[in-house]
Design a protein around this ligand. Sequence first.
Ligand SMILES: NC(=O)c1ccc[n+]([C@@H]2O[C@H](COP(=O)([O-])OP(=O)(O)OC[C@H]3O[C@@H](n4cnc5c(N)ncnc54)[C@H](OP(=O)(O)O)[C@@H]3O)[C@@H](O)[C@H]2O)c1
Length: 366
Amino acid sequence: MSICNPFNCTGLKLHTSKRHFTSHFINQIQVTTTPYAIPLPCYIGKFVVKELVKRGFNVIAVAREKSGIRGKNSKEDTLGLLSGANACFSDVTNLDSLERSVENLGICIDVVVSCLASRSGGVKDSWLIDYEATKNSLIAGKKFGAKHFVLLSAICVQKPLLEFQRAKLKFEAELIEEAKNDESFTYSIVRPTAFFKSLAGQVELVKDGKPYVMFGDGKLCACKPISEADLASFIADCVLGEDLINKVLPIGGPGEALTPLDQGEMLFKLVGKKPNFLKVPIEIMDFAIGVLDFLVKLFPSLEDAAEFGKIGRYYAAESMLIWDPETGEYKAEETPSYGKDTLEEFFKRVLEEGMAGQELGEQTIF
Ligand SMILES: NC(=O)c1ccc[n+]([C@@H]2O[C@H](COP(=O)([O-])OP(=O)(O)OC[C@H]3O[C@@H](n4cnc5c(N)ncnc54)[C@H](OP(=O)(O)O)[C@@H]3O)[C@@H](O)[C@H]2O)c1
């Protein structure tokens, strides 16, 4: 989460109307720029901080002392990753602790950008992070002056079947309500399609001559992948863009929607090998989920295992595109595009340089 501060504690007057606030906000942020990034060093958060720093904001990035995949980054590593920003180490799951940390900074906050998400997608963790910790960021941000909140959500919440989606939706609804009740407060909810890193899990395998694994005929789902840098740029636009306030913003990358079959064919072409697909029937996942759902009634500790199965099933069959509930179809042509980076260029780079710095965490897809 990032917090930006065009107004500091020197007595600049805060705006009382949204329109007024926004235009002044833009002017002020360019001059005094004191952005603050709260719980940040998430994968995409690193890119957001970099982008905000590049645009001249002062950024405070809030991180935990051991961050990154399985807590492998020390404080020193995190400081290195957040160069150009001020790091603030705190516990976002504890409101008192978060508020104290922000208070100790001795600054006022203008904008909060939250990229927080459960790393596992487990049931309790989703509610703890995607809902509670994100809400703590809102409460602490507002307490110290935040007038705008940019939330990184996900396009998949349109069709919520998973616990982390429900947790995200609950927070989204409360954020929108907050803006309805407080004239001086605004939000931007960003719902991206798939990140590049989430689609790169099979690049090294294909390079090593292994088949590309896909469900069904490889056309069960599609997405318009967006690069981390392009998404970070879009999120930074939301900090300043008057036309992006009080909106829910689905966003994908440039070009046509791509199915797993398209992505596999692209990869084989890049490595110069004959396409070799391993097609797995989706029913296998349904069977596994059925078994886990049964077992969880007997052994509640299997709750997360059952949820992980559902997450896998969801991303194997649901597209990351605009969903039309009336027709029950995903609409590629209605999914907005942003940026210039293409998945093909990204695959090429991973084939040459590997996935260094973009490793997949517990959630290999979303
Ligand atoms: N990946 C995709 O393709 C994709 C596509 C669309 C939307 N999204 C959405 O984008 C968001 C970010 O995704 P991502 O891939 O960047 O996720 P990620 O790398 O797993 O980042 C999650 C962030 O939340 C932080 N966090 C998790 N648990 C925490 C805790 N207990 N205390 C403090 N911080 C905690 C992590 O901090 P640490 O580094 O300290 O663990 C990390 O900064 C998610 O909402 C996701 O649903 C993702």
